[in-house]
Write a protein of this length. Structure first.
Lengths: 123, 121, 431
């Protein structure tokens, strides 16, 4: 059964590109355009992994993350952050929160794919 | 305000700053000089109500300028203020001894200078 | 006759006294005037000093604001630049990987050129961010004991292929198998990459020699090449920003012009030094030093300066101290090696549970101190409890019969001055 990944980013073309890349690697893709949608779809679709952009309008990535972890149905889904600005403080915060990892923009596809594999417990 | 002010300083930027703040205060008649002899000359010809001079001038100093102006005009007029970027108690005493009316620090907002001027003219 | 003489004498004496008195009064008056003058001068000076002091404070606040603005600006610019690069890179990468259909040789060749330039832009943005943080003194190092020979070897191996295809040799000069210094590994790797990369760029034939030497107190590294060298006039500008000389890189990786400036900043942040020697057409040699772990220096840097900063910021700082109970007695009964490995194990557990800020762990002779800047007592106690539990689990798991104690000393709750805090700390650690 192909693994299901929920990708959230406020930019349509980034969503399109990541979806194309992940589909080419045999993952099933659902997308969300903001924090609110990602929470809704996570509860509905129960993906195996979530990729979350940090800066999004409305509920931003960090807030969405905390929300997802508090909600019973979504608490155990591993989450990988994408950020355009990997400052030291952000790195610490990401570790503190217990995210499964992060990639910084512009990311290298091999890097993202490797991190996804690791988060899903795949070899 | 109608009062004529002569400012003597060899540093162009400092001269500009003082001029700008004086104009802002309403003084429109401002003459400048960049050296001691030029300063004393202009004091003689322009007959200012107030002379403001820097302590350090090429080849001379503000105290010398003060003494010479006093020689020309006497102890009461014009009013003379000596300003400096390097405040010093010994210089302050020398300013008084050269018969200046006041001695103050140069700051970027000219506040001490303007205060001193208000008290004198 | 004698009587008159005496009277005249007396009159003279009185007259003289009168004159003396008048003179003295005159001198006193002059002195009083002089004193008043001096007091006026002093009062003027004091007044001026107060004014200048206020001006200094105002300028300082302005500078702080400007600094923050500059920092915010650079952060948002870097964010704005990275975002479009993301799509550009991913599109090119997907075309090259065949996800979007077939491509011919020429298309792939040109697209690879594009990809290389996107990555170069990314490096420039990273470098710009680095240099701005370094110059603002805001770059934090994450230091630990590291084997510099190992780091150098790692970097050299990533260059092997390039050197081979360019017909150049990399020589290794490591008189000792290991050379341990207290450094931020990633940053030192960055320095080696920069220096070896430069050497590679500017050497047409011959070799690049990388050496790491262990000295008492510091580790000395150097990267030397037989390349085109740098002219005397250019040497002083070498570590400046955006300096690129002899731009005749034939198809090799282009630099950002910031590498040496960043490297110098990194070395100096480690309290090391970097120097360059060069002769046109003969070659260039960069030498830098890295300091070794010094608990006293670290104590001073993190705790003393940390408390001073907390004091002026009106913030907090906590130090969580872990030690082995009854160490002196235990040391007699337990094997030294076992004790050492147990202590190392405990330190690893601590570092793993901190997840970051590993260089805020200071190992003293009897205790391990964790510096937690900005953390007040309650929170520090929670963090310490978590770590304490982890240590206990570790000791139980390994069947090590040691008991560990923990105490938290916080500023300003446990002491409102740096001396009081340090006193408390030394009484705990028994130093």
């Amino acid at each position: 059964m192909p693994k299901k990944i929920l990708v959230a980013d406020d930019e349509e073309h980034v969503l399109k590109l990541i979806s194309a890349r992940l589909k080419a690697n045999s993952y099933e893709i659902i997308t969300a355009i903001d924090g609110k949608e990602v929470i809704k779809k996570a509860v509905e679709e129960k993906p195996d992994l979530i990729i979350l952009d940090i800066i999004m309008p409305g509920i931003d990535g960090i807030n969405a993350f905390e929300n997802l972890k508090k909600t019973e149905e979504t608490a155990s889904i591993p989450i990988i952050f994408i950020t355009a600005f990997p400052s030291e403080e952000l790195r610490h915060k990401i570790f503190e929160l217990g995210a499964a990892g992060f990639v910084s923009k512009p990311f290298e596809a091999e890097d993202l794919l490797a991190k996804i594999k690791r988060a899903l417990g795949q070899p | 305000m109608g009062k004529k002010i002569l400012v003597i300083d060899d540093n162009e930027v400092d001269l500009l700053i003082v001029k700008r703040y004086l104009t802002h205060e309403g003084f429109s008649d401002i003459i400048t000089a960049s050296g001691a002899s030029e300063g004393v000359e202009k004091a003689k010809t322009e007959k200012p109500d107030l002379v403001i001079s820097d302590t350090l001038l090429p080849g001379s100093n503000g105290f010398e300028v003060c003494r010479q102006v006093r020689k020309i005009y006497g102890p009461d007029k014009p009013k003379i203020i000596i300003i400096t970027g390097a405040i010093d108690a010994v210089d302050a005493v020398q300013a008084k001894k050269s018969e200046a009316d006041d001695y103050c620090a140069k700051t970027s907002d000219c506040a001490p200078l303007l205060e001193a001027i208000k008290k004198l003219i | 006759m004698e009587f008159e003489k005496k009277e005249n004498n007396q009159k003279d004496i009185v007259k003289k006294l009168e004159l003396d008195t008048i003179q003295t009064k005159e001198e006193l008056r002059k002195t009083k005037d002089e004193l008043q003058l001096q007091m006026w001068g002093l009062a003027k000076t004091n007044e001026a000093i107060r004014v200048l002091y206020k001006e200094l404070e105002k300028k300082n606040k302005e500078l702080e604001k400007l600094d923050q603005l500059k920092s915010d600006f650079i952060n948002s610019v870097s964010h704005e630049l990275r975002t479009p690069l993301t799509s550009i890179r991913e599109v090119i990468s997907q075309i090259l990987d065949g996800i979007l259909g077939e491509t011919n040789q020429q298309q792939r060749e040109f697209l690879n050129i594009c990809l290389a330039d996107v990555d170069r832009l990314r490096r420039i943005i990273d470098d710009l961010l680095d240099i701005s943080k370094l110059e603002a003194g805001k770059l934090k190092l994450s230091r630990a004991d590291a084997d510099i020979v190992g780091l150098a070897k790692r970097v050299i191996s990533t260059f092997q292929a390039e050197f081979k295809s360019a017909g150049l040799e990399i020589k290794e000069n490591f008189p000792q198998e290991k050379a341990v210094a207290y450094v931020d590994q990633d940053r030192i790797i960055q320095v080696f990459i920069n220096l070896i990369g430069n050497a590679f760029k500017f050497t047409e034939k011959g070799y690049v020699d990388v050496s790491v030497i262990d000295w008492p107190g510091f580790v000395e590294c150097s990267v030397a090449d037989t390349g085109i060298g740098i002219g005397e006039e250019d040497l002083p500008k070498l570590f400046g920003k955006f300096q690129q000389f002899n731009r005749k890189d034939p198809g090799r990786i282009k630099g950002t012009g910031l590498g040496l400036s960043i490297s110098k900043n990194i070395i100096e942040l480690h309290r090391g030094q970097i120097e360059v020697e060069s002769k046109l057409d003969k070659g260039t040699k960069f030498t830098f030093t890295l300091p070794k772990y010094n608990p006293q220096e670290l104590y001073k840097e993190h705790i003393i300066e940390g408390i001073q900063k907390a004091s002026s910021d009106k913030g907090y700082l906590s130090v969580s101290v872990f030690g082995i109970k009854n160490l002196s007695q235990i040391a007699k009964n337990i094997d030294n090696e076992k004790l050492h490995s147990a202590t190392e194990g405990i330190i690893n557990v601590i570092k793993k549970n901190l997840r970051f800020g590993e260089d805020l762990v200071i190992k003293d002779t009897h205790t391990v101190m964790i510096v937690l800047p900005g953390v007040e007592k309650q929170k520090a106690a929670e963090i310490s409890q978590r770590i304490y539990q982890a240590i206990k689990d570790f000791l139980t798991q390994r069947k090590i019969e040691l008991d560990v104690f923990n105490e938290v000393v916080s500023f300003p709750q446990d002491g409102d001055s740096q001396e009081k805090i340090c006193d408390k700390l030394s009484s705990i650690s028994g130093t």
